[in-house]
Design a binder for this molecule. Structure first.
Ligand code: SAH
Ligand code: SF4
Ligand code: F3S
Length: 473
């Protein structure tokens, strides 16, 4: 059982950070007349967004309010992503744009954290070319934000701390949630899979799971506070509970969360096909609160490429998993991620990906062109296909998926779904999501936002649905 506490933050460290919170609070009380304002932006995946909500919670506890206006900010925090080059380019561009602001507002603090900062190549570049940045911190020390803020405010010195490799489980950080009806609930951190193209294991550390009792407690609190949707997060939720070992696997955790009383739905992501078991699919089918939606990235439809990617399954195994999943959940909606132009991939191999897409029946798919990440195995593989050619393949794949998606949405005509109303669409309609994670728009009063309603589909566009609200199913 749980004897492995190498990921826990020692109590004396947590206590120290509480003391820094008090010191930083006192300092800003003395320095600012009103509440100082923080501008916080998170890039990347939902896991990063969940981290961002913890960083915001910490800032709030110190005494910061929040603003969406950079001009009004006393503190700017960018929580960054390193997954593809494009993600990094955006961050460099946005940080560069802060230079003028910092010149005008010398007391403003600029903080950079997250996955991109965990790479020494990046921090060196920032210290050299963006020397106006005040604080850089990595993914393994985010719980030390109070210390960094206090030290920066009191001494004015630059701080750069990207220490740690294994990673911590940041329990007990305060959380400032962005929504009051949809919540992110991290159940694990890090990744051990080392897919050959992926930077995540290098920047987020080893796979580590949160204590199930703490997850269940947090979920109960969320439901009591009126949250309607809880999304469990991890890079590979199917391997939940391996380290530390609490005697729980993911299906058991799902079942216990499903037993919590209340009107809410449970989502989770991401599932890895190599660890996706029939037990999990049966559990999804049995649990009434678990949304019948599976995000199951396949990355490629070619076995040679999958092997080079170190994914641990074949196209056939993937499709047979889907077959079982659709058998036990006929209404299941499956979404996926796929990479086009992995080093050495040929056009014929790419066509096997197109073939898989035509067979799989995804409701939607996130398609990425391979981006070389320094330090990964794939970055050292020969990559002879020109970018232009890869873009052509990319469009070909999108076209194939568009056809599949249009067929799927068309098959929804006349059906009635329970929908969580989320906001107002660009066209002024209410926008919500079905259990299968398909967006549906319909006319209704804004008062419905944050509640479940029944909506009958009247029109199906390629990616989204339109409908009208009805009393019940
Ligand atoms: N843990 C999840 C995904 C994490 S990253 C999983 O294993 O499925 C989200 C997606 O980004 C991946 O599924 C992959 O499709 C894509 N991705 C990751 N690294 C990439 C790279 N170097 N180039 C292009 N796409 C990448
Ligand atoms: Fe990256 Fe693979 Fe881990 Fe997903 S499972 S985060 S793609 S290494
Ligand atoms: Fe990006 Fe880090 Fe997530 S690299 S995708 S923010 S784990």
């Amino acid at each position: 059982m749980n004897t492995d506490n190498r990921f826990a933050i020692p109590p004396e460290e947590a206590e120290k950070q509480k003391e820094y919170t008090r010191l930083a609070s006192a300092l800003i009380d003395a320095r600012f007349t009103g509440k100082p304002l923080a501008y916080v932006h998170t890039y990347g995946c939902q896991g990063n967004v969940a981290d961002g909500e913890r960083l915001k919670g910490t800032l709030e506890e110190i005494g910061y309010g929040f603003t969406d206006d950079l001009e009004k900010a006393d503190l700017v925090l960018y929580n960054t992503c390193a997954i593809r080059e494009h993600a990094e380019d955006r961050v460099f561009g946005n940080v560069g744009a802060l230079k003028n602001l910092k010149q005008r507002k010398k007391e403003m603090r600029i903080l950079l954290c997250g996955c991109m900062m965990q790479q020494p190549r990046v921090t060196q570049k920032i210290r050299k070319s963006y020397s106006f940045v005040d604080i850089i911190f990595g993914t393994h020390v985010m719980h030390r934000l109070p210390e960094f803020i206090y030290k920066s405010l009191s001494s004015g010195k630059k701080i750069c701390d990207i220490s740690g490799e294994e990673g911590v489980i940041p329990e007990d950080m305060p959380v400032h949630r962005d929504s009051d009806f949809k919540a992110w609930l991290p159940i694990m951190y890090g990744c051990n899979n080392f897919c050959s193209y992926c930077i995540v294991p290098y920047v987020k550390g080893r796979e580590r799971s949160r204590d199930p009792q703490l997850i269940i407690k947090e979920a109960k609190e969320l439901v009591a506070a009126g949250y309607k949707e809880i999304t469990l997060l991890g890079q590979n939720v199917n391997s939940y509970g391996k380290a530390p070992d609490y005697g729980y696997n993911f299906p058991r955790l799902l079942r216990e969360l499903n037993d919590i009383e209340g009107d809410f739905i449970i989502r989770f992501m991401t599932s890895h096909p190599k660890d996706c078991t029939h037990e999990l699919l049966d559990t999804m089918a049995e649990c009434d609160k678990v949304a019948k939606h599976l995000h199951l990235p396949f990355q490629s439809g070619c076995d040679r490429v999958l092997k080079e990617m170190n994914r641990g399954y074949t196209a056939e195994k993937y499709l047979s998993l889907l077959e079982y999943a659709y058998k036990v959940m006929p209404d299941l909606s499956v979404t996926a991620d796929v990479i086009v132009g992995f080093p050495g991939e040929t056009y014929e191999e790419f066509l096997q990906t197109v073939d898989l897409v035509k067979k799989a029946g995804f409701t939607s798919m996130f398609t990425f062109i391979f981006s070389s990440r320094e330090g990964t195995k794939a970055s050292k593989m020969p990559d002879p296909i020109p970018a232009e050619e890869k873009s052509k393949w990319f469009r070909e794949l999108l076209d194939a998926q568009e056809e599949v998606a249009a067929q799927r949405t068309a098959s929804s005509a006349g059906k009635t779904y329970r929908v969580l109303c989320e906001g107002v669409s660009k066209g002024g309609l209410i926008e919500g999501r079905t259990e299968g994670n398909i967006i549906i728009e319909f006319p209704a009063d804004e008062a419905v936002i944050g509640s479940f309603r029944y909506v009958t589909v009247t029109e199906s566009l390629t990616w989204i649905l339109r409908g009208r609200m009805v009393d019940n199913k």
